[in-house]
Design a protein around this ligand. Structure first.
Ligand code: CA
Ligand code: CA
Ligand code: CA
Length: 260
């Protein structure tokens, strides 16, 4: 009992220090482990891309589509409310339990639309949680399988997002996040394991081709919305589950070298 009381006092003191900005909460698994990117050192362009592909395809734990629900409840947990996840496009905080297919639920958005390369939801690109995000069911269906580009009309239920017939523009706060997920997918999925070689290109209306655009716009979004703590923490959380990392979150400067 005495020990519990002391621990409680330590916790209260810690909370007070944190509130005063004197103590930051320890991250679960901050930054890549030493040597993770050793194979990429000194490389540029296609050589860098190939090295990164090898690194992020090694030792991966491949989830099945059902596992993704639980994974997202961890990777996308609202830092301010452990009972909720944050929705990608709308930015809303919604109960983890409201996952499903009905209006008002959240579901599993494939940021790299799964029809682009027709990879479905079998274990592989369709269950790669680096690009799977909780989104409102209705907003997810409005985004559909559109490519990414600037412009359009406001999206109902997701302020700041725009869409037109052939493209979707996410709100400013997640433009870079979306870009870095796409950049990751192009490096991670290179035609192995029976799946198409996914590559971003510079057009919209890609249909079922294993491509998504527009890379020129995505690279601008990558610059305009730099990596923040929430995105870094998500990368760390994914590393704990799926055992690979998004190199463009750890090393934003590699985007121009690989895709420039
Ligand atoms: Ca458009
Ligand atoms: Ca962001
Ligand atoms: Ca590729």
């Amino acid at each position: 009992m005495a020990t519990n009381r002391i621990l409680r006092r330590v916790a209260v003191a810690g909370a007070a220090l944190a509130a005063a900005g004197l103590l930051s909460a320890p991250a679960a698994q901050a930054d890549p482990p030493a040597g993770y990117y050793a194979g990429a050192e000194g490389k540029t362009g296609a050589e860098l891309k190939a090295a990164l592909h090898t690194i992020i395809s090694s030792g991966v734990t491949t989830l099945n589509y059902d596992d993704v629900w639980d994974a997202l409840k961890t990777t996308d947990e609202d830092p301010a409310n452990a009972g909720n996840v944050l929705l990608l496009y709308s930015g809303e905080s919604r109960s983890k339990d409201a996952n499903g297919g009905d209006s008002g639920d959240w579901n599993r958005e494939h940021t790299w639309a799964k029809s682009h390369g027709d990879f479905g939801t079998s274990p592989g690109p369709g269950t790669d949680i680096h690009h799977l995000r909780p989104t409102d069911v209705t907003v997810n269906s409005i985004r559909g399988n559109k490519d990414f580009d600037n412009g359009g009309e406001p999206v109902d239920g997701a302020p700041g997002n725009l869409t037109d017939d052939d493209s979707f523009e996410p709100r400013d706060e997640v433009k870079g996040d979306v870009a870095r997920m796409i950049l990751y997918m192009g490096v991670r999925w290179d035609g192995g394991d029976g799946f198409a070689d996914l590559e971003p290109n510079d057009q919209v209306d890609n249909g079922s081709a294993p491509a998504i655009g527009k890379i020129s716009v995505l690279l601008r979004w990558h610059e305009a919305d730099p990596v923040d703590t929430v995105e870094k923490d998500r990368n760390d959380a994914i590393f704990g589950i799926q055992k690979n990392r998004n190199p463009f979150i750890d090393h934003p400067e590699w985007a121009a070298s690989v895709y420039g």
